[in-house]
Design a protein around this ligand. Structure first.
Ligand SMILES: Nc1nc2c(ncn2[C@@H]2O[C@H](COP(=O)(O)OP(=O)(O)OP(=O)(O)O)[C@@H](O)[C@H]2O)c(=O)[nH]1
Ligand SMILES: [Mg+2]
Length: 404
């Protein structure tokens, strides 16, 4: 499946600053002894997940990331400054493999930060070598090299919501109307042969090929693509109002639910929103009654949101788009909170270990930062989706320093 974009990049953590040889000169005490400070630590390198599918494209010409070195020590025993840690922003869904060590890091939630390379320690200044037998040491040590590695980065976009339903329910038409996708639509079954993706304010919608009865046993096309929505939290179950009676609508609904259940029990636990499509095929007077009857008689819909839409009715599309963005934002806030909670459990355990997650304190600080959300281009299957960015962030670096 070609949801994936990839790149290989060489990354170097910062080198430690050198220790120095200095002598203390004070008023009335000219030979005050050695006072050369230690060098600062070189910058660590982190990868950080950001909700922005355009990131990779912005970095397509970058082949190398070099994190800043630590500063050399100073006189009067001054410690050199640490290199400012480097954050490589990557889209949610990135899988990063260190080609040298074969370690694999996965970014699957917004706001995750994982250390992939450690900066080198600073060298020692001559003050450190003072002893009873050597009052005027001239020794010092250089800073250590930071770790480096070649990383293979692969992005598998994770759909925030999936459009499911029988063939011809109007799933692809909706995806095209809501996002900038230009996927193929046809008045026949199985127009969609592979899942299409579209982005709505940086949230990813997946249009899954039509499911039919027996799909979980391999009939039709939809079944083998269901795995792409396994990690999706929300499903929009599309049912066309071309199905004349409430009984027909209910039977179509049950068919798809059964296929989902047979495919994987997790599928039925996802939040499901019912989307009655093609409202324009009904007379306006008939529509309200039909929807009310369906809501009343289909007991499986009791606690579910039931929305109506037609690609020919701008107002209904606007309502659906507002509903989706609100749901996405709520899910996202919850996901970020969950990430923090999980992380809070890990405080101390992983601190300063390569590959570690950051502490809840630092994560919360990060989450408070305003998020720049840009509208994004089509994120179609097979289309180029991304590349990456490196930022240095004083706040996060401070958060880590404070924590120590
Ligand atoms: N009248 C009407 N027709 C629609 C609407 N939405 C889609 N259609 C038509 O319904 C047919 C099927 O639409 P698709 O979007 O291809 O349906 P699909 O669910 O993606 O179908 P598969 O890819 O086969 O699973 C096309 O002829 C569309 O033009 C709508 O709101 N109103
Ligand atoms: Mg389709």
């Amino acid at each position: 499946m070609a949801f994936i974009d990839e790149m290989t990049v060489h990354v170097r953590a910062g080198r430690g600053g050198n220790g120095v040889v200095r002598w203390l000169h004070e008023k009335f005490k000219e030979f005050g002894g050695p006072s050369g400070g230690d060098g600062g630590r070189g910058a660590h390198v982190y990868v950080r997940s950001v909700r922005d599918t355009t990131l990779l494209a912005r970095y397509k010409n970058i082949k190398e990331f070099n994190a800043p070195n630590g500063e050399a020590g100073g006189n009067n025993s001054k410690h050199g400054g640490n290199g400012e840690d480097m954050y490589i922003d990557l889209p949610i869904g990135s899988v990063i493999t260190n080609n040298f060590t074969k370690e694999i890091y996965k970014l699957d939630k917004e706001g995750q930060e994982i250390m992939i390379l450690k900066g080198g320690n600073g060298g020692l200044g001559n003050e450190r070598f003072k002893s009873s037998t050597n009052q005027t040491p001239e020794e010092w040590t250089p800073g250590k090299n930071g770790e480096e590695g070649e990383f293979y980065i692969e992005v598998e976009l994770i759909a925030d919501a999936g459009l499911i339903g029988l063939p011809n329910a109007g799933k692809t038409s909706l995806l095209n109307a809501l996002t900038k996708a230009h996927a193929k639509v046809g008045a026949y079954q199985f127009t969609t042969l592979e899942p299409n993706l579209g982005a709505l304010y940086n949230y990813v919608l997946a249009d899954i090929p039509g499911l039919i009865e027996g799909a979980s046993e391999g009939r039709g096309l939809g079944h083998k693509f269901l795995r792409h929505i396994k990690r999706t939290k929300m499903l929009f179950h599309c049912i066309s109002l071309e199905h004349g009676t409430v009984e027909e609508i209910q039977s179509v609904y049950k068919t798809i639910r059964k296929e989902l259940e047979d495919y994987h029990p997790d599928m039925v636990g996802k939040k499901e929103v019912i989307l009655l499509t093609k409202t324009d095929v009904c007379m306006p007077t008939e529509l309200a009654k039909k929807v009310a009857d369906a809501k009343k008689n289909i007991k499986e819909w009791k606690d579910k949101d039931v929305l109506t839409v037609s690609v020919y009715d701008i107002d209904s599309l606007k309502k659906l788009s507002d509903f989706l963005t609100k749901e996405f934002a709520e899910n996202n806030a919850k996901e970020i909170a969950d990430t923090h909670n999980e992380d809070a459990d890990m405080i101390g355990d992983f601190d300063d270990t390569k590959g570690s997650q950051k502490t809840a304190k630092a994560m919360k600080k990060q989450a408070r930062k305003p998020r720049v959300v840009k509208s994004i281009k089509d994120a179609k299957v097979g289309g180029k989706v991304s590349t990456k960015s490196a930022n240095t962030k004083t706040n996060s670096a401070k958060a880590r320093t404070n924590k120590k």
